[in-house]
Design a protein around this ligand. Sequence first.
Ligand code: ARG
Ligand code: ZN
Length: 873
Amino acid sequence: KPTYRHDYRPPAYRVAHVDLTFELDPAATRVKASLQMERHPECKEGEPLRLDGEQLILKHIAIDGQALESDEYTLDDDGLSVRQPPARFRLDTEVEIAPCDNTALEGLYLSSGMYCTQCEAEGFRRITYYPDRPDVMATYSTTVIGDKAGQPVLLSNGNPVKRGELPDGRHFVTWNDPFPKPSYLFALVAGDLKKVEDRFTTMSGREVTLQIWVEEENLGKTDHAMASLKRAMKWDEETYGREYDLDLFMIVAVNDFNMGAMENKGLNLFNSAAVLTHPDTATDAAFQRVEGIVAHEYFHNWSGNRVTCRDWFQLSLKEGFTVFRDQCFSADVNSAAVKRIEDVAFFRTAQFAEDAGPTAHPVRPDHYIEITNFYTLTIYEKGAEVVRMLYNLMGEEAFRRGSDRYFERFDGQAVTIEDFVDCMAEASGQDLTQFMRWYSQAGTPEIDAYGEYDYANAEYHLTLRQRTPATPDQPEKAPQHIPVRMGLVGTKSGRDLGLSLEGESLGSDGVIHLREAEQTFVFTDVPEAPVPSLLRGFSAPVQLRFPYSREDLAFLLANDSDGFNRWDAGQRLAMLALDDLIAAHRNGVEKVMDPRVVDAFRSLLERGGDDKAVLAEMLTLPSEAYIAEQQPLVDVEAIHAARTFVKQSLAATLRDDFLRLYQENESDEPYAPQPEQIARRSLKNVALGYLMAVEDEEGVELARRQFEADHNMTDVRQALTLLTHSSRDDLAAPALRSFGEKWAHDSLVMDQWFAIQVTRPQTDALDRVRHLMAHPAFSLKNPNKVRALVGTFVNQNRINFHRADGEGYRLLADVVIELNRLNPEIASRLVTPLTRWQRFDEPRQELMRAELERIRAEKLSPNVYEVIEKALA
Ligand code: ARG
Ligand code: ZN
């Protein structure tokens, strides 16, 4: 039962206005809906009306006040059809639903005793009968009736317009949302919540009330989210000219939430992990994540809500664009270079893997079975890279003209990716026909590059060859339009040389456009032999290979004017050494550390003057997951051994430098999530990681002291991680125990406590996972717990998840089978590592496939079914 993009038809009936009334009850909530409906002028008379509805008990249905006879409509598992409605009418329905049984966390559910909703993508149909598709946009009035004692706070979208008392200790609030919206942006919250309030004055002088609603004990954890929200509001005014439109903007923290957060109109719902912070409980990374997600959801008010998607195939229209917007925001308010490095490191690990696996799909897919399976790294992050390429192709000003045009032209409409790209093409005068392939072709383009310096003619010849590998149902690919930002760094001068291409000057940092399968670019007037610095800033989401020597890479690491490519040169250099060590491990040959890598690291440590945050990134080795992504066949043990060896060799040889780095960056100033402080902490903690890699007394003492000083969660977590991951149980056990006791009351900190233990490289990690699943703080019904314990283990503890005896696979399949019943969305996400079986050796392939088969034998949700079928196809 797949849905195909080409089957799109406009809705036969539109909804002008919706009136909803909720009488809340855990097991039997009543939902009355009154829809003002109109047949589309181009639709023929007598066209049946189709409404979506799942797991609803219909109590009443009437048209224009007249109850329908049983032969006037039909009910089935996923909806309701009304045989021959008039051209204009009012449809009244009443249904009963059971929020307390809703473990899928889609529709209306209970979380820590609070009622809340998640409607994107197709959750509204679990609340009431409705044309639950994003191209049906209506204004909403919502009355929420609840218990005064249990639900003193009753929230929905828009502005509160009426409230009052009812008999039996109940009360109600009516909300009005004047902006037409699709049903996926509907939200309701009811519970015992407390708020923190602030104000924002918009650029046109309107006063907006900002509220963050949390459980009472979390009132002290909202400052950072509030500050981030105000920064985001200002940034969107300055950068995109976008102003907030309602008088009230609310954020609610929810403990049980499938994703990070949701941009419901005027009432954003957040996973508590994505909004609550405190120096004692959240790391720098968590602070930055909160800032980014708050901004992301806020930015959706324009890119997503005011202008929304015609159908779910266009999901990247709002998500890719909004991720690009939040990335730029975070870059502007933090270290831009580090933001880019982090995003790209993650992208090249996780999105490349998705693009190379059995669930690969284009940024705009052609078909799906279950849309929640398509909230992917490809839709979000690759979609953002595609928008970034447009931005870079057009330049800041033209891009802004294009986005203004887009928001003005399509305000209040549900549109397509073409509509967006058309605005960009018009604003820039560029032909983006070939560029559109980025939306239709799956798979990561691979570029093989090589260059030659012609001394006699002072020319540099750069040849680029592109190829996109076949992906499921796309055997053939056409060449992409790939913007390659680059420089030629003179080997004598150490500087960028001017780029002159076919008589045109590109400056010293220019963009060449690869459009053919193969192209040679001839640069003239090149006065000295250069090393090319290619794909600066990761100017396109491609895999680029160039036969750099280690000397070239060390040279770029020291001299490239592009900070991103300096980092990348370091990563490439480390990769070459790692490749040798992986081979040595496989062949049982003694491992020898490449002195050129040691020298390169030493120069980094000695040269000073670098942005500390960037330096911390440059001193960080590629992750095991990234190394694996670069191998033709993943050898889990060899990768782990090689990386550990490099880390220990660097630690042993450069011990004094790391010690000095640690001491130089120690500080006892009061914690603030400020870029300079964050940079110092990451540098110090990278140094501590090396010092602990050899576990000598001094390193151990520093880690212990840092743990006990208890200065802030960033430092405590790194120290605890290093103690827990050490081979000495006398270090791990006491630290874990005291931390676990201290934070037993704080669910978000306990998530970190789980994650830290299950990433232990020691062989007891898997037993710990099983053991901790019985811990009172763990619950399979809470997605954060599942992610912290099981998700972290299967994704970040590769050496133990891929145990040769297959126990890791068995554990994952056990959990997926249980979650398939409880929460299909989480189940189908969690199973991902098993779907990558083709990347491993024969015995592991078989073990992994056996577990996939075991899952397949269950009665599967559409979510898990779709993923398993693709994985076994
Ligand atoms: N639109 C939300 C965001 O990106 C994500 C909602 C995802 N919903 C889901 N059921 N997967 O901000
Ligand atoms: Zn989003």
